[in-house]
Ligand binder design. Structure first.
Ligand code: IMP
Ligand code: MG
Length: 178
């Protein structure tokens, strides 16, 4: 079994690149059927989703827009603590069909926060798409419209996903070794 080391951790091969690409093809096929008559704005969530977004978007066959966003933390007033804001969204999304592109949905906190920020902007609808989904960890109530691959609650790296910033360049996805 192929093994890699990133900083202090060892990882073993979990999803080879052909499996990842098959999952992306499946998601793209479903989107091409479901969304071809909609005015779609894809919002890819940086950093993790950059490879997924690039590979998926090349398979989208209808006219649409893509933009890259990031959930940024900043120190609010003393009483509020850390506040999250969305940076990079320059499009007017009112009346549009939004498709959020995530690398992975774990507890769902990130996607919940993004939904809270986008909903008041009055899009027609918001669809959630993720390459990887941890159903056992998900605490959210929003439906995940497009999930490439369901995975267990183990920490993974590769194909955009990182451990302390490392491993995003790996073509395959690796699981942490205990
Ligand atoms: P959430 O728990 O759904 O809010 O996920 C938060 C973020 O944690 C994701 O967008 C990823 O950036 C990161 N994350 C969650 N699980 C993993 C993992 O297994 N490997 C690497 N990053 C992860
Ligand atoms: Mg992420």
């Amino acid at each position: 079994m192929k093994e890699i080391t990133l900083l202090d951790k060892k990882f073993e091969l979990y999803l080879p690149s052909d499996k990842i690409q098959d999952a992306i093809k499946k998601v793209a096929r479903n989107m091409n059927i479901d969304l071809c008559n909609e005015e779609v704005v894809f919002l890819a969530v940086l950093n993790g989703s950059f490879l997924f977004a690039a590979d998926l978007y090349r398979r989208i066959e209808f006219n649409s827009i893509i933009s890259f966003i990031k959930l940024a933390s900043y120190q609010g007033t003393q009483s509020v603590g850390t506040v999250k804001s969305l940076i990079g969204l320059n499009e007017d999304i009112k009346g549009k069909t939004i498709v959020i592109l995530e690398d992975i949905i774990d507890t769902g906190h990130t996607i919940k926060k993004i939904m809270e920020i986008l909903k008041p902007m009055e899009p027609k609808s918001i669809k959630i798409a993720t390459l990887l989904f941890k159903p056992g960890a998900y605490k959210g109530t929003d439906a995940i419209d497009y999930a490439g691959i369901d995975i267990p609650n183990d920490f993974i790296v590769g194909y955009g996903l990182d451990y302390e910033g490392y491993g995003r360049n790996l073509e395959d996805i690796y699981q942490i070794k205990n």
